[in-house]
Design a protein around this ligand. Structure first.
Ligand code: HEC
Length: 307
């Protein structure tokens, strides 16, 4: 037993080194992640969820929704393109400059004959000299960055999920199984609280052939009296009864509509479409709860089946 102290010390060191590397270091790096600025704006991202939605996260956790739903969007890469945004005052000069920059364009005679995408490029740094050359003739161009991948084309998100997205969540519930669709952006694609309540009570009334289990115990069923409850959900197949969501159901629905990762970040960039006519008092915050100057359907090309 002479070496007991040495063995103890060795084991202690080995365990504490791995604890430091696998627990302490990630906590220091990510645990105190400050809010980031959404690229191109002064808006901080993410913002804390509203109180009701925070309670809803607990309901989501207690009901085990995570066993069927993930909240993490994957991405395989990005597509980068140069887009002409302003043609400048001298169309022929612009056209000549563009024809020189991209010989594949041929010799377009009018601005209308130009394709929407001037040219694909490898990445944003490659686009910079092209954009500068276009600016030199008085026109304006920009690089458009579009994430690509299976999850993106399913309409599950605008970009991949990053640690920043979960900064206010404790515990984080990214999930690993996908018996149902990913919910990281369900607040963008389905922003209606009542839709979620109806879907939770009877999934098949909202999505034909849904295999999601109904969560009827989150609702109370009353005989409809003289004074119907203002919160009651209307169902054609429940005549004479009213279905009233409980506090848990309301919190869960508030949580679901708060799920939206729509801020372009340095580590996960994408080009948000510019609103058609930005008014000075338009809501500008790009975060999970504030409304955006553009609509979800503009952002996400939803597959036909999920509309
Ligand atoms: C047994 C697996 C399973 C469980 C558990 C489950 N779901 Fe689902 N969920 C599905 C399936 C399958 C779909 C796709 C069909 C549909 O939309 O009803 C779905 C769809 C959804 C949708 C619509 C998503 C979209 O983009 O169309 C939402 C929202 C949702 N579930 C929320 C929840 C919540 C909240 C819980 C926990 C209370 C939960 N689910 C539990 C399987 C499940």
């Amino acid at each position: 037993m002479k070496s007991a102290a040495t063995i103890f010390l060795a084991a202690f060191l080995a365990l504490s080194a791995s604890w430091a590397a696998f627990v302490l270091a990630p906590q220091l790096q990510l645990g105190r992640e400050p809010q980031a600025k959404a690229t191109g704006t002064d808006n901080l991202y993410p913002v804390a969820r509203p109180g009701l939605a925070k309670q809803g996260a607990e309901v989501y956790r207690s009901l085990g929704c995570v066993y069927c739903h993930s909240q993490q969007v994957g991405q395989e890469g990005v597509k980068c393109e140069v887009i002409l945004t302003e043609a400048g005052t001298n169309a022929s000069v612009t056209l000549a400059a563009l024809a020189k920059l991209n010989t594949e364009l041929g010799q377009p005679q009018t601005l209308a004959a130009l394709p929407k995408v001037l040219m694909p490029v490898a990445d944003v740094p490659t686009a910079v000299p092209i954009i500068k050359a276009i600016a030199a003739v008085g026109a304006k161009a920009e690089a458009r960055v579009t994430p690509v991948g299976a999850d993106i084309s399913r309409g599950w998100g605008l970009r991949r999920s990053v640690a920043q997205d979960y900064a206010y969540d404790s515990p984080v519930q990214p999930g690993t199984r996908r018996f149902g669709p990913d919910l990281a952006n369900v607040g963008l694609t389905k922003p209606d609280v009542n839709w979620h309540l109806r879907h939770l009570y009877a999934p098949a009334t909202e999505i034909k052939g849904s295999t999601m289990p109904p969560y009827r115990f989150l609702f109370e069923k009353h005989k409809r009296g003289a004074k119907p409850s203002p919160d009651a959900l209307q169902f054609a197949d429940e005549p004479g009864f009213e279905i009233v969501p409980t506090d848990d159901a309301r919190a869960l629905a508030a949580y679901l509509v708060s799920l939206r990762a729509d801020a372009p970040l340095v580590e996960a960039p994408f080009t948000a479409p510019t609103p058609a006519a930005p008014s000075t008092n338009a809501p500008v915050a790009t975060n999970r709860v504030a409304s955006l100057p553009y609509t979800a359907s503009e952002l996400l090309k939803l597959p036909e089946s999920s509309k």
